[in-house]
Ligand binder design. Structure first.
Ligand code: SF4
Ligand code: SF4
Length: 487
């Protein structure tokens, strides 16, 4: 964006800052009356939008952008705004840029693309927004359109093809990659081999060791409930999860079985496509959505232990036009999606056990963005952790910034390692001050990010998934239900 135009943009935002409080009050009142509110460029609320001229509408979900009333309540929640203090790196600024492009007042140039890439898609801004702006959907739309139109280097195209089309959708390819990575880590060659695929700042030397094959092997197709049977669930095995955190999947199955659920892991499932959707590969996301819908045909609740996948699956139908037959099937699947904590929390009061020493205390929980902001799930993990802490005889502490992004954000930590680590550093300082010795999360990307950051900072903190904590706290009883290897 030209400098003069940018200055005008900043000045306009300054005016909307002053108008923000009034606009917020007005949109709340309009919302209460059931009216859809729009906002003009000066920040005053109107119910009709200006007609764009010379616009590039294909890049922007323009209708959704009109929901923003420029109140600025989202600014303090945005990690990239906190990092830079620059309006264009804030949710409000990004929406303003999108509208400017759609209305032909700005070009979708490199600066525009940079601000879209800089966003973590953490959706913290959605939780703060009084106008119900669906920022995540807007950003996915814009990234998808940018990926389809902007020129990419041969290296970028190759890496996207390798990651999105070869590795993630195919378990065998991922398994080979994991085995190769483990061998490279064992021989000390890993940083040199990985260097062409990620920038130096990505901190590859702190990448956790890929587990052994025994931990990476596939889950049993079916694990019966132990004791009183209360129901049955289907489970998403995931793509990265089995390769890096097979122990989390096993803890998920074991603890659900111990809590009275038959756990089915259908064949034919693969990556759900959330990483594709977040990074502009809409076609790839659609193809994987269809495979997931077919694999989970039926009526069982679909348990997901990865917050990013769960959030994506709950909105799967947005990938398809309403007239597309896949839209209805995706919507039906989305209704059956449950986070692990939602299912386990319904039965945790029945869990028996005492596992003094199984967990190092105090324990702290860091909300994955796509669980708290993407799925509005905050209390259920805490219910499970409080029960586990009681069983293990340790305390749980709250982190004041637990809902802020850790900087993982899918593959953001690989694509933008310096930004990702700067965002994590703020949270590492909070973690260190808390005195916690166990940090709990509910998403493999966050788990990886925290493990790398904690190793880099030299903290004595163990990172666990909620399901691992439940399994450890209720010790022998839950472990006895560990799944048998597939014959
Ligand atoms: S999704 Fe996160 S990083 Fe992006 S604008 Fe919203 S709060 Fe900021
Ligand atoms: S996105 Fe929501 S919170 Fe942020 S400025 Fe717009 S209306 Fe306000």
């Amino acid at each position: 964006m030209p400098r003069r135009e940018y200055a005008r943009f900043e000045a306009r935002i300054d005016r909307t800052d002053r108008a923000g409080a009034d606009a917020t009050a007005e949109v709340r009142a309009r919302s209460a009356r059931g009216l859809r509110a729009g906002a003009d460029a000066g920040g005053s609320v109107s119910t009709t939008a200006a007609t764009p001229v010379g616009s590039d509408r294909s890049l922007v979900d323009y209708a959704k952008s009109l929901d923003c009333i420029h109140c600025g309540l989202c600014l303090r929640t945005c990690p990239t705004y906190q990092l830079t203090g620059v309006e264009s790196s804030s949710p409000r600024g990004r929406i303003h840029l999108m509208r400017a492009v759609a209305e032909g007042r700005a070009n979708a140039d490199a600066d525009f693309a940079e601000e879209m890439d800089f966003c973590l898609l953490c959706r913290h801004c959605e939780s703060a927004c009084p106008a119900g702006v669906r920022f995540g959907e807007m950003m996915e739309h814009t990234r998808g359109a940018l990926a389809a139109t902007r020129p990419q280097s041969l290296r970028t195209r190759f890496l996207r093809w390798l990651g999105f089309r070869v590795a993630l959708p195919h378990r065998f390819a991922l398994s080979l990659a994991a085995a190769g990575m483990r061998a490279a880590q064992s021989t000390g060659l890993w940083p040199a081999i990985a260097r062409p695929f990620a920038p130096r700042e990505a901190g590859l030397e702190h990448f956790p060791k890929v587990p052994s094959w025994a931990e990476r092997r596939a889950l049993p197709r079916s694990t019966p409930a132990r004791g009183e049977r209360v129901g049955a669930v289907a489970m998403l095995e995931g793509c990265v999860m089995p390769q890096l955190y097979g122990r989390v999947n096993r803890a998920t199955v074991a603890s659900l079985a111990a809590l009275g659920f038959d756990v089915h892991v259908p064949a034919g499932q693969t990556c759900c496509g959330s990483l594709h959707a977040h990074n502009g590969d809409v076609e790839g996301a659609r193809a994987l959505a269809k495979r997931t819908i077919d694999a989970f045909d039926g009526e069982l609740p679909l348990v997901v232990n990865s917050a990013g996948c769960g959030s994506h699956l709950r909105a799967l139908h947005h990938l398809f036009e309403p007239s597309d037959p896949w839209h209805a099937r995706a919507a039906a699947l989305a209704k059956r999606v449950r986070d692990y904590s939602e299912i386990a929390a319904t039965r945790i009061a029945t869990a028996q056990g005492s596992a003094a020493g199984a967990l190092a205390g105090p324990l702290a929980y860091d909300d994955p963005c796509h669980l708290c902001h993407g799925q509005q799930i905050r209390s259920q993990p805490r219910v499970l952790l409080d029960a586990a802490c009681r069983a293990a005889g340790i305390a749980r502490v709250e982190l004041p910034d637990s809902e802020s992004c850790c900087g993982s954000a899918g593959i953001y930590s690989v694509l933008r390692p310096a930004d990702s680590q700067a965002i994590l550093d703020v949270k590492l300082a909070t973690l260190a001050r808390s005195g916690a010795r166990t940090l709990v999360t509910a998403n493999p990307g966050c788990q990886l990010q925290w493990e790398q950051g904690i190793a880099r900072a030299g903290l004595d903190v163990r990172v666990l998934h909620v399901a691992e904590v439940v399994e450890r706290a209720f010790g022998a009883g839950v472990s006895a239900a560990a799944p048998r290897p597939r014959p």
